[in-house]
Design a protein around this ligand. Structure first.
Ligand code: ADP
Length: 254
């Protein structure tokens, strides 16, 4: 990227345009760096399971026939690493798809009905208790599928990082409808909180590797929220739990 060399003193329009141009180039450059970092992190994430698969496969070739326990261990490892790779590629594809097409399908939706349906299917899929409190039921003009995707990301994190009951509520706060998803889990350290929306950011890689997270959920959540004009926020206290909120302005939602 090449910056413009601006004449020192002039402060006319041309100078200002040049300055704006330089600002834009700076922005582009930092986006480009982020993109590069993302590609390199993603490749690394894919390489790790591939290396495990490769070494177990070669072990199987050499000694798999003679040693049945080795055979089972290798097949199990290959199987679980392959699942992990499939999940990661699925999530990456999901992100790429979302980057390209943000065609929205907005309709009038009963917020309570949508949240109820999402909670029901989540409970069925994961067999986790969710307590739902509905104090407010506005009709919202938004993309229902995308909102479900958003809810799912927060519910899934609550499930992964806590063991107790998950709480979901819909309330009116000032001029907004607010859906809150609260867990009493491990929480997020204050220093990490501003970074968890970055792509591939995880608080503790060793800890999350077991539960299967790649650090992509919240970055996707941010993009979805921007697209459907929702505000999302995470509040968390390490060791006590986390509350994620999704809010919609009630006045200007049409
Ligand atoms: P992941 O797929 O790893 O969960 P996310 O982008 O959804 O990725 O979240 C980024 C990181 O933020 C997670 O790795 C986890 O460390 C932290 N995190 C997100 N939600 C919660 C939560 N409800 N409780 C504790 N930690 C969380």
């Amino acid at each position: 990227f090449k910056m413009l060399d601006l004449p020192k003193k002039s402060n006319d329009e041309l100078y200002q345009m040049g300055e704006t141009f330089n600002e834009m180039m700076g922005q582009l450059e930092s986006n480009y760096e982020k993109q590069e970092q993302f590609v390199s992190n993603a490749s690394h994430e894919l390489k790790t399971p591939l290396t495990v698969i490769e070494s177990y496969a070669s072990l199987l070739k050499r000694r798999g026939m003679e040693q049945p326990e080795l055979f089972h261990e290798s097949v199990d490892a290959i199987h679980s690493e392959a699942i992990r790779m499939r999940e990661l590629t699925e999530q990456l594809l999901n992100l790429a798809r979302n980057d390209q097409q943000w065609s929205l399908n907005k309709e009038d939706i009963s917020l309570a009905d949508l949240v109820k349906a999402s909670v029901r299917s989540f409970t069925n899929a994961f067999n986790r208790e969710i307590e739902l409190t509905i104090d407010h039921n506005p009709v919202i003009h938004t993309d229902g599928q995308k909102l479900k995707q958003l809810l799912y990301i927060f519910l899934d994190n609550a499930r992964k990082y806590s063991e107790d009951k998950i709480m979901v509520s819909i309330k009116q706060v000032d001029e907004s409808a607010v859906v809150a998803i609260t867990d009493k889990g491990i929480g997020i350290p204050a220093a990490d909180l501003p970074k968890v929306f970055n792509r591939l950011y995880r608080v503790d890689k060793a800890r999350t590797r077991k539960s299967g997270g790649f650090g992509l959920g919240l970055s996707l959540a941010k993009e979805i929220a921007d697209a459907i004009d929702a505000n999302i926020k995470l509040e968390s206290i390490e060791g006590l739990g986390t509350t994620a909120t999704i809010s919609f302005g009630l006045v200007k939602s049409h």
